[in-house]
Write a new protein. Structure first.
Ligand SMILES: Nc1nc2c(ncn2[C@@H]2O[C@H](COP(=O)(O)OP(=O)(O)OP(=O)(O)O)[C@@H](O)[C@H]2O)c(=O)[nH]1
Ligand SMILES: [Mg+2]
Length: 199
């Protein structure tokens, strides 16, 4: 049983793939059928880090605007945030700025290192509307880290959750050892780190 708990709030435009990423993380697969989240869904899973187990409490919020009033409530007690957009949908990337404003307003004092921007659906490279460089530059400008993921394949799914939790467990901004070694590997461009600011 893990003593340490970490509350992660998933935000982002509707259909960006938040619930699919959570499913892929929890079960290793996702359903292709779209079933929009109604309000918010809660899940939990223990992640084993070098410093010990951490019980992850995942709050998967609905991106549809009719539920937008709920998001601030969950951001208020977030210890970490996954901000997902769809790489094949320019409009969802444009909303990253609005979500960053929401985070700044409601997750008061949350260090930017505890926010990870995810460009999802990297498997649909031929339909991509946002380049890796542009998304990484925007994330760095906001002080956030950036990673490209695919819930379908899945690619980088476990890694993004582990990276985020490691930021909470080691708030000095250093990456957990497994991430450090991967940063030197050929897949390293998938994780771009923003400047390490403290709250
Ligand atoms: N090709 C591809 N499709 C994906 C991926 N992730 C999600 N999808 C599809 O995108 C659609 C939306 O996925 P959801 O996970 O329901 O999106 P959401 O962000 O939770 O949406 P809301 O609950 O409305 O906020 C579904 O049809 C998924 O099958 C991915 O990595 N690749
Ligand atoms: Mg959902």
């Amino acid at each position: 049983m893990a003593d340490r708990r970490c509350k992660v709030v998933c935000v982002g435009t509707t259909r960006a793939g938040k619930s699919s990423l959570v499913q892929a993380f929890l079960y290793g697969y996702m359903s292709r059928e779209y079933a929009g989240t109604v309000g918010v869904e809660f899940h939990s899973k223990t992640v084993f880090l070098p410093d010990g187990p951490v019980r992850l409490q995942l709050w998967d919020t609905a991106g549809h605007e009719r539920f937008s009033a709920l998001v601030p409530t969950y951001l208020k007690s977030a210890e970490a945030v996954l901000l997902t957009f769809d790489l094949t949908d320019r409009a969802s990337f444009d909303e990253v700025t609005q979500y960053a404003e929401l985070i700044a307003k409601h997750a008061v004092g949350l260090a930017p290192t505890r926010v990870l921007v995810l460009g999802n659906k990297s498997d649909l490279d031929d339909q991509r509307q946002v380049s890796h460089q542009e998304a990484a530059a925007k994330s760095i400008e906001l002080g956030y880290d950036y990673m490209e993921v695919s819930a379908t394949q899945p690619t980088n799914v476990v890694r993004c959750f582990r990276h985020l939790v490691a930021q909470v467990v080691a708030p000095d901004g250093r990456l957990e050892p497994t991430c450090m070694s991967r940063l030197r590997s050929p897949c390293s461009p998938s994780l771009i780190s923003g400047p390490k600011r403290r709250s």
